[in-house]
Design a binder for this molecule. Structure first.
Ligand code: AHG
Ligand code: MN
Ligand code: MN
Ligand code: MN
Length: 313
C-alpha cells in the first residue's frame, strides 16, 4: 500500500516520494508521542554547520537515509552529514534533505518539518547539488503540526497532501496552491535588528508604520522559528519571510542553507505564484558554491518581494 495517493506524482519519481512519505508518517507518529516516547530534544552533538544536533535531528536523518536507499537515490546530501553519501550507485537521483527543520521547537510542541530537493544525479556526488536552483526537478516539505502534510512541486504547480492518520496515507488536498500576491504579515527574527542592513531595516520600518506609512495598511508580525511552518503559513495566506545577511560574524549570508532549505522553498513558492530572492536576485538563478553554504532568503507575496528588491537598489 503506497504512503501517498499516486495519481499526480510523476511515475519515475514515485518511489522517492513514497519513501519520503512513509518515513514522514513514521516520524509524525514519533513526534506526536513527544515525551511519552524516547527523548527527542536532547542535545547529542554538533553538525558540520555548527548547529547543535538534537536526538530527533539524528533519528530523522537515519530514517530518511535508510528509506531512500532502495528508492533510486544515488547521492544523499543531508544537513546532518558533512559529505554526500552514495546510497545506490545505479540510482538516477540526487536528493538533498533537512531531515528535521525547526529543531528548537521540538520540545515545545510547535510545528517542525522536513525539507527536500531533488536533482537528476551527475557522476560527481557534490557537483550534483552545486547547480542552479532552477535545475531542481522536485522539491517539497513535510510539516509535522496539527496536521501532518506534504507540499511538493515537480515544476508544474505546488501540490498539497494531508496525512490521514486513520489510513497512514497522504491524500491530495489541493492540486494548485496559490500564494496571494498581496501580504498582510511579515516574518523576520526581529531580535537581530541591530545587525540588519539599511534596506532590511527600511522594509521592516515600512511594515511597522502600517496605515500611517507608505504601505497604507496594517502589517502583522509573525515568527515561529521553523522555516517549514512560516513557509506553509505564507503559501496558504500570503506574507513575507526574510532571513537576510546581517552584520554578525558568520551571518554574511544569513542563516539558512542554500541546498536543503533555500533552493527547495524558492522552487515551491515560485510554483505557487510567489517570489523568492536573496534580497534582490531570484534564488532560482543562484547556486551554492559549497554543500553547506548559506544564502540570504526573502520570499513570499510577489508585491512585497518586489518592494524589498527595490529597497535593495
Ligand atoms: P534547523 O532546525 O534545520 O537548523 O533550521 C532552523 C532554521 C529555520 O527553521 C528557522 O527559520 C531559523 O533557523 C531560525 O532561526 P533563528 O535561530 O534566528 O530564530
Ligand atoms: Mn540544524
Ligand atoms: Mn532547517
Ligand atoms: Mn534541520
Amino acid at each position: 500500500m503506497p504512503a501517498i495517493d499516486p495519481d499526480l506524482i510523476p511515475a519515475d519519481l514515485f518511489p522517492v516520494i513514497d519513501a519520503l512519505c512513509a518515513t514522514g508518517a513514521q516520524l509524525s507518529a514519533v513526534i506526536a508521542r513527544g515525551p511519552l516516547g524516547q527523548s527527542l530534544g536532547a542535545g547529542v552533538g554538533e553538525n558540520s554547520d555548527g548547529d547543535q544536533q538534537k536526538a530527533l535531528d539524528v533519528m530523522a536523518d537515519e530514517m530518511f537515509e535508510a528509506a531512500l536507499k532502495p528508492a533510486g537515490v544515488r547521492h544523499y546530501a543531508s544537513e546532518e552529514q558533512e559529505v554526500v553519501l552514495t546510497l545506490d550507485a545505479a540510482g538516477p537521483y540526487a536528493l538533498a534533505i533537512d531531515p528535521l527543520d525547526g529543531s528548537s521547537n521540538i520540545d515545545v510542541n510547535v510545528t517542525i518539518g522536513t525539507i527536500f530537493s531533488i536533482f537528476d544525479a551527475v557522476a560527481d556526488p557534490t557537483a550534483s547539488f552545486l547547480r542552479p536552483a532552477s535545475e531542481q526537478i522536485a522539491a517539497g516539505y513535510i510539516a509535522y503540526g496539527p496536521q501532518t502534510l506534504l507540499a511538493v512541486t515537480f515544476g508544474a504547480g505546488t501540490l498539497l497532501y494531508v496525512l490521514d492518520p486513520e489510513t497512514g496515507r497522504f491524500v491530495l488536498a489541493s492540486e494548485a496552491m496559490v500564494l496571494p500576491v498581496a501580504a498582510k504579515e511579515y516574518s523576520i527574527n526581529a531580535s537581530n535588528r541591530r545587525h540588519w542592513t539599511a534596506p532590511v531595516l527600511a522594509y521592516v520600518e515600512e511594515c511597522e508604520a502600517g496605515e500611517t506609512g507608505a504601505k497604507g495598511k496594517t502589517m502583522n508580525f509573525r515568527w515561529v522559528g521553523s522555516l517549514v511552518a512560516e513557509t506553509h503559513r505564507i503559501l496558504t495566506r500570503g506574507g513575507t519571510f526574510l532571513y537576510p545577511s546581517d552584520a554578525r560574524k558568520g551571518y554574511e549570508k544569513g542563516r539558512l542553507r542554500m541546498v536543503y532549505e533555500v533552493a527547495p522553498m524558492a522552487f515551491l513558492v515560485e510554483q505557487a505564484g510567489g517570489q523568492a530572492t536573496d534580497g534582490k536576485t531570484p534564488i532560482l538563478s543562484l547556486q551554492a558554491g559549497a554543500l553547506h553554504e548559506r544564502c540570504p532568503l526573502v520570499f513570499g507575496s510577489a508585491e512585497e518581494v518586489a518592494r524589498i528588491a527595490a529597497l535593495h537598489g
